[in-house]
Design a protein around this ligand. Structure first.
Ligand code: UDX
Ligand code: ADP
Length: 470
């Protein structure tokens, strides 16, 4: 039996350790955090994060071999393997502000591990970190004169929110970077053995430390790049009467391109993509690779443009003003099946709508509390309404920003009847039945295809805003 500790009980640490504990009843897994409220929630029926399937996994293992605690020092002392999944936000100050990772939480953790260890341990980086952080961690940890040695490994997380449990249960691969690059190295083998409880061995890859760290940034940069690429094409579709869904389907059938991550929309969100790309940009700049840095930076710039142009489309379509008009924002989470609103396009769009003096009402099945915190500074200029039917009542427009299936399956005929006419619907996720909504009387503005409008001769109309079909 091994004593496994995870420092940081967030979106990564909590679900990852719950699945490890489920599959490794022979190991004792403790998750600690400085945030007492978070730990209390992990120990209650109301888990601090929403993730499909998480509750069942936690309930199966909690109290058996899975424990959540605030006693960080004692648990460090007792652990043989320590995963570190504390937050690494983008720096807001000093050198690298706005791009580089803020490593203060991470360094504090390294020093705390050192202060409370009396025996050698394996330390595993789980948070996304800039390349060569493991080396810095090694230096801090192995600076001791107590004869204890720390093996530092990188085991980046590839799970996506909303499917975290499924991703952990059946990962595409598990990546373990270490000094000894083969299964032969003791530390790498110890971590690989944990995953081998349920992951086929051929899916457990071992690399050197830096490759593992860089692979994580690269995977997220490639995924984000695909979204920015299809969004760039969506803009062109809107001007040329091509349909981005048809284009995505056509190119996705090319087996070299593949059909995943080609859904155009209001832009990507989440805690990883922007942060990781900016990390990559900073890293390139540090190594004087300025053209390489600009190349990746453009992926983030395209995403910012996408959010801004979405709001412009709303204002344009609604006769050039939304001041005083009620807009129902459907979805605050950065994607479906999560309560997470970090970097959610919905938050930026709400702010821009308020800037235009619209009256904003937000609804979301799981993320309303987080959205309320994010937008607290806007006071009563934004309202929060759990019931989407009530949110849409008396609204001039619905703006769909999260691909929640429950928001796509509403009774839109009834909703339409309660809205101010002419009623608009802007689909920032292309997850609504556009033709059906048009039939119901909505003016429908999808992403990346021609709007379906009930008026023929709009002032300032472009080709793309004329009546389509019917
Ligand atoms: C991502 C990576 O997928 C995961 O491997 C990594 O460990 C963490 O970062 P996550 O941020 O949870 O996961 O969500 P993801 O499913 O990648 O979606 C990110 C954003 O891209 C969401 O806002 C989503 O709506 C958007 N997206 C995704 C699109 O706009 N179009 C797509 O085709 C796919
Ligand atoms: P992620 O999405 O990477 O999991 P989160 O912000 O959800 O990020 O979780 C990170 C967690 O790490 C938070 O719950 C935070 O309280 C915790 N944390 C940050 N610094 C420390 C620290 N020094 N010791 C223990 N926990 C920490």
């Amino acid at each position: 039996m091994a004593n496994i500790l995870c420092i940081g009980a967030g979106y990564v640490g909590g679900p990852t350790m719950a699945v490890i504990a489920k599959h490794c009843p022979d190991h004792r897994v403790v998750v600690v955090d400085i945030n007492e409220e978070r730990i209390a929630a992990w120990n209650s029926d109301q888990l601090p994060i929403y993730e499909p399937g998480l509750k069942e996994v936690v309930e199966e293992a909690r109290g058996r071999n899975l424990f959540f605690s605030t006693e960080i020092d004692r648990n460090i002392a007792e652990a043989e393997i320590i995963f570190v999944s504390v937050n690494t936000p983008t720096k807001t100050f000093g050198r690298g502000a706005g791009k580089a990772a803020d490593l203060q939480y991470w360094e504090k953790t390294a020093r705390r591990i050192l202060d409370n260890s009396t025996e050698s341990k394996i330390v595993v980086e789980k948070s996304t970190l800039p390349v060569r952080t493991a080396e810095a961690m090694e230096r801090i940890l192995n600076s001791n004169d107590r004869g204890i040695f720390f093996d530092v490994l990188s085991n980046p997380e590839f799970l996506a929110e909303g499917t975290a449990i499924a991703d952990m249960e059946a990962p595409d691969r598990v990546l373990i970077g270490g000094r000894g690059t083969s299964w032969g190295s003791n530390a790498v083998t110890a971590i690989a053995d944990i995953y081998a409880h349920w992951v086929p061995k051929e899916k457990i890859l071992t690399t050197n430390l830096w490759s593992a760290e860089l692979s994580k940034l690269t995977a997220n940069a490639f995924l984000a790049q695909r979204i920015s690429s299809i969004n760039a094409i969506a803009n062109l579709c809107e001007r040329t009467e091509a349909d981005v869904t048809e284009v995505a389907r056509a190119i996705g059938m090319d087996s070299r391109i593949g059909d995943k991550f080609l859904k155009a929309g209001v832009g990507f969100g989440g805690s990883c993509f922007k942060k990781d790309i900016l990390n990559l940009v900073y890293l390139c700049e540090r190594f004087d690779l300025h053209e390489v840095a600009r190349y990746w930076e453009q992926v983030v710039e395209m995403n910012e443009y996408q959010k801004a142009s979405f709001v412009s489309k709303i204002v344009d379509a609604m006769f050039n003003t939304i001041a005083g008009k009620r807009i129902a924002v459907f979805g605050a989470a950065f994607k479906a099946h999560t309560s997470d609103t970090r970097e959610s396009p919905a938050i930026d769009v709400c702010r821009a709508l308020v800037e235009e003096q619209a009256e904003v009402v937000v609804t979301d099945p799981e993320a309303l509390a987080n959205a309320q915190m994010d937008l607290a500074d806007l006071g009563d200029r934004v309202r929060f309404e759990p019931d989407p039917m009530a949110a849409a009542q008396g609204a001039h427009a619905i703006v769909l920003l999260t691909d929640w299936p429950e928001l796509a399956e509403l009774d839109y005929a009834s909703i339409h009847a309660t809205m101010v006419q002419p009623a608009f619907i802007f689909d920032g996720r292309n997850s609504l039945p556009h033709d059906e909504l048009f039939e119901l009387g909505f003016n429908v503005v999808p992403t990346g295809s021609v709007p379906l409008m009930h008026f023929q001769d709009r002032p300032n109309s472009r080709a793309g805003f004329s009546l389509r079909r019917h």
